[in-house]
Design a binder for this molecule. Structure first.
Ligand SMILES: Nc1ncnc2c1ncn2[C@@H]1O[C@H](COP(=O)(O)OP(=O)(O)OP(=O)(O)O)[C@@H](O)[C@H]1O
Ligand SMILES: [Mg+2]
Length: 406
C-alpha cells in the first residue's frame, strides 16, 4: 500500500492505495481537509499546514486500519525547476550486457550539476536511454552495447522551502518517502499513456498556482509553475465588486464563466457588498468580464511557457486542463482560442471503486497521479531497496557508487 499527500494552496489531500493488478489503483482510504498554510506552493504557516496533514493522515489511518509510515508528498511553487541533463558511461569490456550498476552510474553522471548553494535536487527521472547512439530505449538492462547515454529530467528546489515541507510533515509525526513534482502528479493523474507518448501538455489550474507539464515519449520533458490561479480570480472579484472573499468565491462558483459573449446584457446577479446590509443587483456580464480578463492573462502565460518548452508542434495530444480552476465554464474554449495548439479538453481522474465520486474531479488530479507514481516507483527496477529518509534514498544510488552528492 502507498500513501500520498498533496499539499495544495486550498486543501490537503491524503490518499492510500494499492495497485489493482491491471495498471490502475485500488483505493484504500481518502481524506481531504481545508488548508491555508501554503501560499503558491510555499509553506507560510507551519502550524496550520501540520495540523491539516495530521487531520488527513489520521482519517486515512482510521479508514485503512493501518499505521502510515512514510508519505509521498507533492512539491510545487515557482522555486521548483526542472531541467534535462545528459549523462554517459563507456561499457567495458565492449559490447557486454548492460547491468543495473551501469544504469545507476549513467544516471548519476547526468546528475552532476552545479547548483546554487541554496538549492538541491528533489527528483531525477531517466527519460530515455541511448545505446551506441540508438535512441528511445526505456529498459537498457540486459541489452548489449559499448556506450550508454541517458537524458534525465532533474527537479531542483530551494532548500528552505523543501525543509519547511519536511518540518510540517514531521510535526504531524510522519516522514517523507519522496517528493514529487506537482505537474508530474497532475499529468499522471489525468493523461492517458497514449497522450504522454505522443506529446501533450497538462495545465493544472489550482488555487494558488497553475502547473504546466509537457510530456513526450512517455515522460515529462518540461515543467513550470505560474503564480496565477483560482484564488487570484476570486480576489479580483472581491476587490472590483467590493465584497468579502467568501462572497466573491460564491459568485464565482455560482455565476462564473469565462466568456462574456455567452451572457446577455439583461442577466443580473445579487451581490452583498461590503458595508451594505442588502443584496444589490449587478450585471452578470461585469462579473464574467473580470473573470475573463484574468483567465485570458493566465492562458497567455501558459502559452509563453509552452513556447519556452520548445515543444510547440510536437503536441498531437493537445492541452489537458485540470485543477479546480479549470471548472470555470468556457475555460477550454478560451485556452483553445489563445493557445491555438489543437484539442483542449478538461481532464479528470477516472478511478473506480470507493471514493470514486470525490476522486474523479479536476482538483484531485495531483493526488491521484502521486499515487500512480508511488505504485510505479515501488515496482521500479532502479529503485533503491533501503528505506529511511527520502534524501538518503535519492542519494543511495550515488553513494553506492562511492561518489559524492552533486
Ligand atoms: N466549479 C468551479 N468553478 C470555478 N472554480 C472552481 C470550481 N471548483 C473549484 N474552483 C476553484 O479551484 C481552486 C482550487 O483548485 P484546486 O483544488 O485544484 O487547488 P489546490 O490544489 O488546493 O491549489 P494549488 O494546486 O494551487 O496549490 C479554487 O480557487 C476554487 O475557487
Ligand atoms: Mg493543486
Amino acid at each position: 500500500m502507498v500513501t500520498v499527500l498533496d499539499l495544495g494552496s486550498t486543501k490537503a489531500v491524503c490518499l492510500a492505495a494499492e495497485p489493482d493488478g491491471a495498471g490502475g489503483l485500488e483505493v484504500r482510504g481518502l481524506a481531504v481537509a481545508d488548508c491555508k498554510g501554503l501560499r503558491r506552493g510555499i509553506v507560510n504557516d507551519l502550524e496550520e499546514t501540520a495540523s491539516a496533514i495530521e487531520t488527513v493522515v489520521r482519517r486515512v489511518q482510521k479508514e485503512t486500519g493501518e499505521e502510515i509510515q512514510g508519505l509521498v508528498v507533492s512539491i510545487g511553487g515557482t522555486h521548483v525547476e526542472g531541467i534535462n541533463a545528459q549523462g554517459f558511461v563507456p561499457i567495458y569490456p565492449k559490447s557486454r550486457a548492460i547491468q543495473r550498476e551501469d544504469v545507476l552510474q549513467v544516471i548519476n553522471h547526468s546528475r552532476q550539476l552545479m547548483l546554487q548553494p541554496d538549492r538541491e535536487q528533489i527528483q531525477a527521472m531517466p527519460r530515455e536511454f541511448r545505446i551506441d547512439g540508438q535512441r528511445g530505449i526505456k529498459h537498457p538492462i540486459g541489452m548489449n552495447g559499448s556506450k550508454l547515454e541517458v537524458v534525465t529530467y532533474i527537479v531542483t528546489g530551494q532548500t528552505t522551502h523543501i525543509q519547511n515541507i519536511e518540518k510540517a510533515v514531521g510535526m504531524a509525526g510522519k516522514r517523507i518517502e519522496h517528493m514529487v513534482l506537482q505537474p508530474l502528479g497532475s499529468g499522471l493523474g489525468v493523461l492517458t499513456e497514449e497522450e504522454m507518448e505522443l506529446g501533450v501538455a497538462v495545465v493544472d489550474i489550482g488555487g494558488g498556482t497553475t502547473d504546466v507539464g509537457v510530456f513526450s515519449g512517455g515522460s515529462i520533458a518540461y515543467s513550470a509553475t505560474i503564480p496565477v490561479a483560482g484564488l487570484l480570480v476570486t480576489s479580483d472579484l472581491s476587490k472590483l465588486l467590493k465584497t468579502t472573499p467568501e462572497e466573491a468565491e460564491r459568485l464565482k462558483l455560482e455565476c462564473g464563466n469565462t466568456n462574456p459573449k455567452a451572457v446577455s446584457d439583461t442577466e443580473s446577479v445579487s451581490v452583498m457588498q461590503l458595508g451594505q446590509t442588502q443584496l444589490r443587483p449587478l450585471q452578470r456580464r461585469v462579473l464574467v468580464e473580470i473573470i475573463e480578463s484574468r483567465m485570458r492573462e493566465l492562458a497567455m502565460m501558459v502559452k509563453q511557457q509552452i513556447e519556452k518548452s520548445g515543444m510547440v508542434g510536437m503536441l498531437p495530444g493537445g492541452i489537458v486542463l485540470t485543477g479546480g480552476g479549470s471548472l470555470l465554464p468556457g475555460a477550454d474554449k478560451l485556452f483553445s482560442d489563445i493557445l491555438k495548439l489543437g484539442r483542449v479538453r478538461i481532464g479528470e481522474p477516472s478511478i473506480q471503486g470507493p471514493h470514486s465520486s470525490t476522486l474523479n474531479q479536476a482538483g484531485m488530479a495531483t493526488v491521484v497521479g502521486l499515487a500512480q507514481f508511488a505504485v510505479q516507483f515501488a515496482d521500479d527496477e532502479l529503485a533503491p531497496a533501503e528505506s529511511g529518509n527520502w534524501k538518503e534514498r535519492i542519494r543511495t544510488i550515488w553513494s553506492a557508487l562511492g561518489g559524492k552528492q552533486a
